[in-house]
Design a protein around this ligand. Structure first.
Ligand code: PAF
Length: 281
């Protein structure tokens, strides 16, 4: 597995692969990899000849009071997992080369970031779209795979690649869960034992709202209340950031679910913020 550190090295390697007719699959990550990431790698491998994974904890997508410094890191463990999964190249840029002194350019997608995580994390998606643009320019992937757990992120990146003619196909991978239903996340290791025990309530809340939806309930207020009730009962330490239902196309809040929609939630346990979602289609 080759390690590439600068955008120039990465681009030259990709150009060579493309010249020999290879299709490149790409999974951008912030490291501390779990089975959810590795499933995205498997999907990328099915769709391409060579898989590239980037590991870069991107400072521009963290707010000033967020967990950039505490974000878990395990470079050697990550590299071993990727090698075992058949990844041929890893792109490991340095912060100083991604954002050198004088850096002043950002990419922003309008509207789709107005609600959900975009509302509570100002500039978060601007950081994500900027870094993904830079990663795509270095890797030149034919296909890139993102996780459905970050549904808003995936929708924004899809929009960006269409609007800015990237020519990269975006594929979504499923939410992978621990045995008790908690969505896999690099941040789960930061939960205390008590909070870890309460955290599966996120999925339980989504599931019980989804059951109501399947039984014909179409009022967003009623479905959101169902999630809230479950969280109050089963996760008393959780602080709800949002429980929201938006249409899948524009990610705008809906009162009645008469179009394909996304029920998404974010809950803090201490300073650890967990997200989860389910599609209502
Ligand atoms: O989903 C993530 O891990 C990050 O937001 C991403 C896409 C790697 C950009 O930093």
């Amino acid at each position: 597995m080759i390690r590439l550190q600068t955008a120039t090295e990465m681009r030259e390697w990709s150009q060579l692969q493309h010249a020999s007719g290879k299709r490149i699959g790409f999974v951008p990550t912030m490291g501390f990899l779990h089975e959810g990431h590795l499933t995205l790698v498997d999907i990328a491998a099915e769709q391409s000849d060579l898989v590239v994974v980037s590991i870069f904890v991107n400072p521009t997508q963290f707010g000033p009071n967020e967990d950039f410094d505490k974000y878990p890191r395990d470079m050697e463990g990550d590299l071993a997992k990727l090698e075992a999964r058949g990844v041929v190249a890893v792109y490991l840029p340095e912060i100083s080369s991604m954002y050198p002194d004088g850096y002043a350019t950002y990419v922003a997608v309008e509207r789709l970031g107005d609600h959900l995580c975009g509302a509570s994390r100002p500039n978060h998606f601007r950081g994500v779209t900027t870094v993904v643009t830079k990663l795509f320019h270095a890797v030149h992937p034919d296909v890139a795979v993102f996780g459905q757990k970050d549904a808003q992120q995936a929708a924004i990146i899809k929009r960006m690649t269409i609007d800015l003619d990237f020519g990269t196909e975006i594929i979504l991978g499923p939410i992978l869960r621990e045995k008790d239903g908690l969505a896999m996340s690099s941040r789960n290791v930061r939960l205390s034992d008590v909070h870890r025990a309460q955290a599966p309530a996120l999925q339980r809340g989504l599931k019980s709202a989804w059951k109501l939806y399947n039984a014909g309930v179409r009022s967003a207020t009623d479905l959101k209340r169902e999630v809230e009730t479950t969280l109050k009962q089963d996760a008393p330490d959780g602080r709800v950031d949002y429980i929201e239902i938006v249409d899948l196309d524009q990610l705008q809040p809906v009162a009645t679910i008469d179009v394909p929609a996304l029920l998404a939630i974010a809950v803090f346990f201490g300073d650890v913020r967990l997200i989860d979602n389910v599609e209502l289609v």
